[in-house]
Design a protein around this ligand. Structure first.
Ligand code: ATP
Ligand code: MG
Length: 209
């Protein structure tokens, strides 16, 4: 049975695809049979990214495929060790479907209350719909300073949710890596790769713990 990780958010552009690609790469590198399901058929950014990855010759290769719904993606999960559900830009009925399928639901968020508050409301909605709280976690993305990270973490904790260890700083190099079909653990800067790897490893620990 594959581990299923869902990436959802209230707002668009928060880092769902960025994190999903990073976890896919690290899991595949660790020898797992991985598929990244791009559930945004309108944008298809992860499918496009994977085309760039194949062109770049980066290893390891894994599978990235476009699906209309989470349940369609699940049907292709038989032979997999890990299925990642990269959700559509905004919260919708697809969000609940992803959360129902997932063993771990990751919601990236920036540090401002403008970002955090609506994100917490999405998790409240999922809990109300029956998703166990311990399957939900936040990933802090586009963080500026350690103090900002600490403030965001305590804001989320006060709302009753978990935050993954580590955080992703806002850096053009992460975008450049993405432009070249690479993941956030494959930038030119070991320090940035390590930051990304800490956050991703925290997802793996949650899945295994
Ligand atoms: N930490 C970061 N530093 C710099 N750029 C980042 C960072 N995280 C994400 N980005 C960039 O921000 C943009 C949005 O990120 P991404 O596509 O991962 O978000 P998303 O939540 O999947 O968006 P959508 O809702 O449209 O699917 C991308 O161009 C990505 O490269
Ligand atoms: Mg996306």
């Amino acid at each position: 049975m594959a581990q299923i990780v869902g990436f959802i958010s209230q707002k668009g552009g928060v880092g769902k695809s960025t994190l999903a690609r990073g976890l896919s790469r690290e899991a595949a590198k660790g020898g797992l049979n991985v598929k990244l399901a791009d559930l945004d058929t309108q944008q298809g950014t992860s499918v496009d990214w994977y085309r760039r990855r194949l062109d770049s010759g980066a290893l390891p290769v894994f599978s990235v495929e476009s699906f209309k719904t989470a349940s369609q993606a699940l049907r292709s999960a038989d032979q997999l060790d890990m299925l990642l559900l990269d959700g559509p830009a905004r919260a919708s009925s697809a969000t609940l479907e992803i959360a129902q399928a997932a063993t771990l639901v990751v919601q990236p968020s920036g540090a401002s209350v403008d970002d955090l508050r609506p994100a917490i409301l999405v998790f409240h909605e999922l809990v109300k719909a029956g998703i166990p709280k311990d399957r939900l976690c936040f990933a802090l993305c586009r963080i500026g300073t350690d103090a900002e990270e600490a403030d965001s973490r305590s804001y989320i904790e006060q709302a009753g949710y978990m935050t993954l260890q580590g955080s992703l700083p806002e850096r053009p190099s992460y975008r450049q890596a993405s432009n070249a079909g690479l993941s956030i653990t494959e930038t030119r800067y070991p320090q940035l790769n390590l930051r990304a790897d800490t956050l991703i490893q925290s997802m793996v620990d949650k899945l295994n713990g």
